[in-house]
Design a protein around this ligand. Structure first.
Ligand SMILES: Nc1ncnc2c1ncn2[C@@H]1O[C@H](COP(=O)(O)OP(=O)(O)OP(=O)(O)O)[C@@H](O)[C@H]1O
Ligand SMILES: O=P(O)(O)OC[C@@]1(O)O[C@H](CO)[C@@H](O)[C@@H]1O
Length: 320
């Protein structure tokens, strides 16, 4: 069982237009809505592949109702914490070549009680997850809504660790830095987020490897860095592996990082070694890019995606 916490979930509306021109009226040729927010997407991706998961999230307002309806329709198990504010609506503007522009709302203003209820629900779900020692992973993902303390993920990390569980975090900015300082077992920054964490640019795969190693040395077991079309790099104390899959028809990158994280955690929790779990992650991430909006891949969608693994990556590779 993998328990996800999404403090700032969303309804994701994706609209397809021919080309984005600032200041003009655009007529969309199609649109779709999906349940969204990074942890919600991790749970959706796991559920679509038959994995056991529950998504913990705040729910309020008409968008909260809609989010729950969409999760019910998709067969994704969730535990919602009622909140006074409304779940946000995030817009993705998609162009035919796969270029994606996102407009993300801030989300509801959470009270201290609502934040505490989210943390408590996550820990309850993790403890009651069925397996002898509770959930295999607790995963905290995405931005924090207004009102939530910067330390929310750091508190999650400490509380899961105190209970002997394993915790993964994927966020950005100050909440991510605070969580990293609390030493989660696994983090999944993208290229930009890793550069922000170590506070310098990372033009090559070797630079990414060095930055990830620095974090591993500080006490994080697994650092998996998603690198868009350049695949992903995984670093532990013993190994460094790179995997990449080439796709021909990209549709939307929204949620690809979440699918990559879901595949990686699924692989690790089913006993794969970290490099093979990375292959699963990269396959799920690349498959997500071939799908519209933030649709998550089903087993059929993975057919034809071939990831290539290197346990001795080309460290001079310049990243795009
Ligand atoms: N153009 C692409 N071609 C092949 N695979 C891709 C491409 N873009 C993304 N991927 C796959 O998806 C994974 C995640 O991509 P990316 O690094 O863009 O995540 P992210 O920035 O965290 O995304 P998000 O925040 O939208 O979830 C990559 O590790 C890779 O496996
Ligand atoms: O604003 P955040 O929390 O950083 O990101 C939210 C979000 O962009 O991330 C997901 C894709 O990864 C989307 O479902 C959602 O709209």
């Amino acid at each position: 069982m993998i328990v996800t916490l999404t403090p700032n979930p969303s309804i994701d509306r994706a609209v397809l237009i021919d080309a984005l021109r600032r200041g003009e009226v655009h007529r969309a040729s199609s649109s779709r809505i999906d349940p969204g927010g990074k942890g919600v997407n991790v749970s959706r991706a796991l559920a679509a592949q038959g994995g056991s998961t529950v998504a913990v999230l705040p729910s309020g307002g008409p968008e909260g109702h809609l989010l729950e309806e969409l999760l019910d329709a998709a067969g994704v198990a969730y535990a919602s914490v009622p909140v006074r504010g409304s779940v946000r609506m995030n817009i993705s503007v998609l162009e035919p070549d796969g270029t994606t522009t996102k407009l993300n709302e801030p989300g509801p203003d959470l009270s201290a009680d609502e934040v505490e209820a989210l943390l408590a629900t996550t820990l309850e779900r993790a403890a009651g997850a069925g397996a002898a020692r509770g959930a295999e992973w607790v995963v905290g993902c995405g931005s924090l809504p207004p009102g939530a303390p910067t330390e929310l993920y750091a508190v999650l990390v400490s509380r899961v660790r105190e209970r002997g569980g394993r915790v993964a975090i994927d966020s950005s900015g100050a909440p991510f830095a605070a969580a990293v300082a609390a030493k989660p077992h696994l983090i999944k920054p993208n290229h930009e987020e890793l550069a922000e964490l170590v506070d310098h640019e990372l033009p090559t795969l070797g630079d990414v490897r060095d930055a990830a190693r620095e974090l591993v040395r500080s006490g994080i077991d697994v650092v998996a860095v998603s690198l868009g079309g350049d695949g992903a790099l995984l670093v532990t104390a013993d190994e460094c592996a790179h995997a990449r899959a080439t796709i021909t028809a990209p549709q939307s990158t929204v949620g690809a990082g979440d699918c990559m994280l879901a595949g990686l955690l699924h692989g690790l929790s089913t006993g794969l070694d970290p490099a093979d779990a990375l292959m699963t992650g990269v396959t799920w991430g690349a498959a997500a890019v071939t799908l519209p909006g933030s649709r998550v891949p089903t087993p059929d969608d993975l057919d034809g995606i071939r990831a290539v693994l290197s346990r001795e990556p080309d460290l001079d590779r310049v990243l795009s």
